[in-house]
Design a protein around this ligand. Sequence first.
Ligand code: GTP
Ligand code: MG
Length: 333
Amino acid sequence: MSDVNGSVPAAATPVRRSRDVPMLVDRARAGDHRAVARLITLVESGDETLPAIAAALAPYAGQAQVVGLTGSPGVGKSTTTNELVRALRARGRRVGVLAIDPSSPFTGGAILGDRVRMQDHATDPGVYIRSMSSRGHLGGLSAATPQAVRVLEGAGCDVVLVETVGVGQAEVEVASLADTTLVLLAPGMGDAIQAVKAGILEIADVFVVNKADRDGADATVRDIQGMIALGERGPGEWRPQVVRAVAVRGEGVDDIAAAIDKHRGWLVEHDELRRRREARAAAEIEAIALGVLRARIGSLRDGTQLPALAAEVAAGATDPYAAANTLLTQLTR
Ligand SMILES: Nc1nc2c(ncn2[C@@H]2O[C@H](COP(=O)(O)OP(=O)(O)OP(=O)(O)O)[C@@H](O)[C@H]2O)c(=O)[nH]1
Ligand SMILES: [Mg+2]
């Protein structure tokens, strides 16, 4: 549009390139999908605005119910997520989905698959879907995932679903992030046995035996129930639920939603929600502080302090413990 002089007014930086945190947060609060996407991109890339974003989002912490879904590749996590979104939307809940991809967000075939499977909700303003890379983070889950959850909370999501492929460490991480963790199994994949080996029994709040249209579903349900029965639980402790599903047909999804609600009720009743969230915050603070220390140690190595101390230790002028103490004092100054 041009003004009376025929000149075009200077356009504001488009949202997709903006670093204006208050504006982005305001727009995200108002339901602007582009602002939400931009904020997640900023937190994912570890942008310098990250602390300002975290500060702006702090008041909205804890407003969403965070549900983790994990399980072996191809077990049906995305299909189940898609159906859960549908069920939650039918109840009028606003939903955010974070699909954590172990490979690149741009080349990962799984992400293309997820996009197709979650296309059903692409035009629904009450649904945010985002894939994130876990590349570069040792544990498997993206280090930025907790911050991305905060963005979605800030955007008014009532529920945030976090899908992560169960490869080793990732399950344990998703459990530390989520209020409720769903572990998906499928018949005939040897999953039930592997679950026990990998310590999955401890992290699952709800087991979903998906692909129950296939042979062996009964045996898988029995295996899991048997293992749950063996576990020691004190009075009032949560007993993991086992739900059957055929996610491709949407079967069992209401049962999954009911199991999530039941677990939520238990969390609140036993003050476990507060405990889990404080543990999550502790892990977040620790990770950030360690990251800062690591960066400072890196810069010390490039600087003069570490080489100087190393020379002293090598020459026997001081010992490595005293030198490490000196280094730490310098780091925290
Ligand atoms: N027979 C049957 N197939 C299913 C069911 N649920 C999902 N599938 C199929 O299983 C395949 C994998 O499903 P996804 O939902 O992509 O599985 P995923 O766990 O998200 O896979 P990754 O993200 O690649 O680890 C797809 O071809 C689905 O159509 C089910 O209940 N029964
Ligand atoms: Mg998937």
